[in-house]
Design a protein around this ligand. Sequence first.
Ligand code: HEM
Length: 184
Amino acid sequence: MTMDTLAFMTKLENRFGFTPEDKSILKSNADWGLEIASEMADHFYGYLGRDAEMNAILNQSEGRIHRLRETFIHWFHEMFTGIDDWGAGYSQRRWQIGVVHVKVGIGPQHIVPAMAIVVHEVGKKLKVEGKSEELQEALGRICMIDLAFIEQSYVEVSTSAILKETGWSAALFKRLVTTGAASM
Ligand code: HEM
């Protein structure tokens, strides 16, 4: 499957209004981001663990939850560092994260509330620690960009799998979807 992840990143940056100022404020708070990452992971996995369906996914295999805590901390910190100034490396990584979730069968109904928890908990932390509104807004925007990546990969991977299995063209598939939606 071919997906120009950097072009998608640029599109999202424009759509969300993620600016050079946002990047600069995130970078200057990268150490703080790493400091609070573990606490954010506690909130995140605490929340997922209270949902029976998500809890079952998290504990499906030995050591998964432990591995996930580590990957969450990396992911959270990368929102502040931008990896390569939110470039090709960052967008490829975000795309990969999306694909992993599609493989495990985790859809929008799981991902969206999980990201809402991150935004909510980090918002509380920013307030308690007297951090600026600009930082809160920059974080909100990068969280939404990351969310859009995971959600888009769900659509792209599902569509691509159907096209491959059936041999349909993308245009035929689109027509079937819109016709189907019209009859709902
Ligand atoms: C804000 C939303 C989420 C973020 C940012 C996130 C982040 C991540 C990251 C960074 C990885 C590692 C990807 C890799 O290996 O390359 C991962 C994997 C995974 N995530 Fe999430 N996740 C989110 C939501 C969820 C939800 C809602 C669930 C459902 C319970 C979930 C379950 C998993 C599982 C099962 C894996 C694969 C673990 C394994 O390697 O066995 N994630 N996630």
